[in-house]
Design a protein around this ligand. Structure first.
Ligand code: SOE
Length: 387
């Protein structure tokens, strides 16, 4: 008999939709005991919230998030509200004993993230941050390859995350679709929004980032605020490039911008080690590129006439998550990364072996983000404190 998992969704934007889709499809694909029930959604605009609820099948609509975050008929609170609201929602939900799944970045700052970690630990509630790219099967396969020792001693990590949607000076800051440009709501620009993903993947694959030095830039320095119509200074980083030193001695470069004309969601990573390399590009998500220098089983160098990059079509049932979907050679998409994340979270709740990244893990990413922003200001190397 399935156990109900009553979902309280806070927010209804892009992520509210992506997560709602995951709740609806979970039991179609994954053999977990819990059955999500779309119980309630909270959002400030009642009309939009109602139409979101009607579309996805939520039973109840509230304009005050507390009526969802602390409600008796909710088991899991999903925080999809803009970043400046994460702290209060998480503290209230943890106090009310709810499981919490929070959108990234976890918080506006390390100080906030620490309070959130303390709250979920004090109240013993299962928690997760939706760093969904870990759940792209190709990236999960990269992790498997690294863990199997096939990359060997790591030397270089390279990440890019490029978009182009804020080039026009007419894009406002603040408001429903453009709060990511308002520093008081988002906390930072590309560092928290895009590089946080790259940092999470990097530390998952290659361990903690110890020190960073960054250069950040704001290309459009004044924008109209969508709510007030006033033209105001822009406080976010439009672009950010940073160098990183990993605790394992390898070096990293990270580049992110919303001004790379033609790049919509170009998210790549590469790790080069003594025995091999892995490369991934989100615009070609079902492939993982692997260069094998030395074969793990035999310990022998791959014969020279056979060396070269291998393009693995990550669709076999032996590949991460793929046994839950279709037949080899057929693909899954962006939306499945959220479904995979949810399935891992629920399976973790059921087994007691909680999934990552939890809030404590996401706090480490927050430390790197804060260090990057600080370094962008001071132009100095900054020790991150990430573990
Ligand atoms: C921003 O445009 C955004 O939607 C991010 O907020 C997401 O985290 C990223 O995955 C896609 O781009």
């Amino acid at each position: 008999m399935a156990k109900e998992l009553r979902i309280g969704m806070i927010g209804y934007g892009f992520m509210g939709r992506a997560h709602s889709n995951a709740y609806k499809r979970l039991n179609d694909f994954f053999p977990v005991e819990h059955r999500p029930v779309l119980q309630a959604v909270a959002a400030r605009n009642p009309d939009k919230a109602r139409s979101f609820a009607d579309n996805w099948g939520y039973q109840r609509v509230e304009t005050d998030w507390r009526k969802v975050a602390t409600a008796d008929d909710v088991d899991l609170v999903d925080v999809c509200a803009p970043n400046h609201l994460h702290l209060d929602i998480v503290l209230a939900a943890a106090e009310a004993g709810k499981m919490i799944c929070c959108e990234k970045p976890l918080a506006m700052s390390v100080a906030e993230a620490e309070q959130m970690v303390e709250a979920v630990e004090k109240h013993g509630v299962p928690n997760m941050v939706w760093y969904n790219y870990r759940r792209v099967p190709s990236i999960a396969l990269a992790k498997q390859i690294v863990d199997e020792g096939r990359v060997g001693k790591p030397f270089h990590y390279r990440a890019t995350y490029l978009q182009d949607w804020t080039i026009s000076e007419d894009v406002p800051q603040g408001g429903a679709g453009t709060w990511r440009l308002d520093v008081d709501v988002a906390g930072s620009g590309v560092t928290g929004d895009l590089l946080a993903h790259s940092i999470d993947s990097a530390m998952w694959l290659n361990g903690p980032i110890a020190r960073v030095v960054a250069s950040t830039r704001t290309f459009v320095t004044e924008r109209m605020h969508a709510d007030t119509g006033e033209v105001q200074p822009v406080g976010i980083d439009d672009a950010c490039m940073f160098l990183a030193e990993f605790a394992n001695g390898s070096m990293g470069t990270f580049e992110s911008t919303r001004y790379a004309r033609g790049r919509k969601n170009y998210n790549t990573l590469e790790l080069n080690g003594a025995d091999g390399s892995v490369f991934f590009d989100l615009e070609d998500p079902e492939h993982l590129h692997f260069f094998e220098y030395q074969q793990k089983q035999s310990g022998k160098k791959v014969e020279d006439h056979l060396t070269g990059w291998r393009k693995i079509h990550v669709t076999n049932s032996e590949h991460p998550y793929m046994d839950k979907y279709w037949v080899p050679g057929t693909t899954i998409g962006y939306e499945h990364t959220f479904l995979n994340a949810l399935a891992d979270f629920v399976a973790g709740v059921e087994s007691g072996n909680h999934t990552q990244p939890d809030f404590k893990c996401a706090l480490q990413t927050q430390k790197v983000c804060d260090a990057v922003i600080e370094s962008g200001r001071t132009r100095e190397w900054v020790v991150t404190g990430a573990e």
